[in-house]
Design a protein around this ligand. Structure first.
Ligand SMILES: Nc1ncnc2c1ncn2[C@@H]1O[C@H](COP(=O)(O)OP(=O)(O)OP(=O)(O)O)[C@@H](O)[C@H]1O
Length: 258
């Protein structure tokens, strides 16, 4: 079978024969996926099928879960992320934005400067430059530039989430993981973040978990459909939604279960 053009894009990340157990429970089984550079990949599937678990393997957040055991491999630029990449370096290169906006209870400026400071950036001019660049990249500079010293907890939910994206971008990641990052937001804030993701893909590789089929269709280049810890089908988003190869994918994207 001829590979499609998207399949030929260089893989920024990939997982091969990935398995994950929480104690006796097998949450992922033999998952094989590629995440091409500068593309958005959506992970879809019913609740509990392992989407967030897979996402957390990509930056080894599952290392923090007691009793969790990972088999197979996770590759970043072809290097095994569990063996050859320092975990702190991995988490800098593979940033994450969560479902609930979670700004720190400090100023907008200090939220964005937090990561660079922990990585040793001290000069005020450098931090100023990083804060402005990150807020611009998160499409929220114009809204916030006159209130950088105000507490981040005073922002709306949508603004807080874009601030969290700016905070993630401040350490210059290469991959951005988004775990249902719009599900707590109103439709206008959601639309702003979707537009932002479309812009971010020019420079970053994005992997997003979403329950929203239309969101996957609007913003992703590729989609992987999970069911009970396995990938049923993965490929270009248009193919998965309009010509699914597996009947279970067809039923799910048509909303017949979920
Ligand atoms: N820390 C944990 N300890 C034990 N089991 C867990 C843990 N985290 C997740 N699980 C289980 O692993 C399975 C997959 O969970 P996961 O959160 O990855 O699913 P999901 O597809 O992201 O679900 P949702 O869409 O509801 O967020 C579920 O059965 C869940 O209960």
């Amino acid at each position: 079978m001829a590979a499609s053009t998207v399949d030929l894009a260089p893989a920024k990340m990939a997982v091969a024969h990935l398995g994950l157990r929480y104690g006796d429970f097998s949450a992922l089984r033999d998952v094989n996926l590629v995440f091409p550079e500068r593309q958005v990949t959506a992970l879809i599937g019913p609740s509990g099928c392992g989407k967030s678990t897979l996402l957390r393997c990509l930056n080894r957040m599952n290392d923090l879960v007691a009793g969790c055991r990972v088999t197979g491999s996770v590759l970043l630029d072809g290097q095994d992320a569990y063996r050859f990449v320092d975990v702190n370096d991995l988490r800098r290169r593979v940033g994450m934005v969560f479902q609930q906006p979670n700004p720190f209870p400090m100023s907008i400026y200090d939220n964005v400067a937090f990561g660079p400071r922990t990585h040793g950036v001290k000069r005020r001019a450098d931090l100023d430059e990083i804060v402005e660049r990150s807020l611009r990249d998160a499409a929220i500079w114009d809204e916030l530039k006159d209130r950088l010293r105000k507490n981040a907890l005073g922002l709306s939910g949508g603004q807080q989430q874009r601030l969290c994206i700016a905070r993630a971008l401040a350490v210059r990641p290469e991959v951005l993981l988004m775990d249902e990052s719009t599900s707590a937001l109103d439709p206008i804030s959601t639309a702003k973040i979707e537009e932002l993701v479309r812009q971010l893909r020019e420079r970053y590789t994005v992997v997003m978990v979403t329950h929203n089929m239309l969101q996957a269709l609007r913003v992703s280049d590729r989609t992987a459909f999970f069911l009970m810890g396995e990938v049923v089908e993965a490929g270009p988003t248009d193919d998965v939604f309009t010509h699914p190869r597996d009947g279970r994918t067809a039923d799910y994207v048509a909303g017949r279960f979920g």
